[in-house]
Write a protein that binds this ligand. Structure first.
Ligand code: FES
Length: 110
């Protein structure tokens, strides 16, 4: 099953955006990262404690727009893989989600 999230042009490059979607009958937080022309999607759950990563709505990148950053303890994650490279959950990963770009429309495949 797939769910429409938004159009790619609605997310700045670099930039990010969060969504609430229904997955397996549960409302779930997800977010997308747009950086360097590519886009990736993850569940909005830090592997350290399970909290949402963002403190400001739609703000998932660090101040340099290089890495995903958890606002609670500052863990940094690779934007393509979700691997934590620094912080209390180093070596663990965000849960990646399959995203399809259909003529500029971003669809989450779950
Ligand atoms: S909750 Fe994300 S780094 Fe601690």
């Amino acid at each position: 099953m797939s769910r429409f999230l938004c159009r790619l042009e609605e997310v700045p490059d670099p930039g990010s955006r969060g969504f609430r979607v229904n997955i397996d009958d549960q409302e779930t937080g997800v977010f997308i990262i747009h950086q360097g022309g590519s886009v990736s999607a993850f569940r909005n759950s830090c592997p350290h404690t399970g909290v949402n990563l963002e403190w400001v709505p739609d703000q998932f990148l660090d101040s340099e727009n290089c890495h995903i950053q958890c606002s609670l303890h500052g863990a940094l994650f690779e934007v393509q893989t979700g691997l934590c490279i620094r912080g209390p959950c180093a070596g663990q990963s965000l849960q990646g989600l399959k995203l399809e770009n259909r003529d500029g429309e971003l669809w989450l495949c779950v």
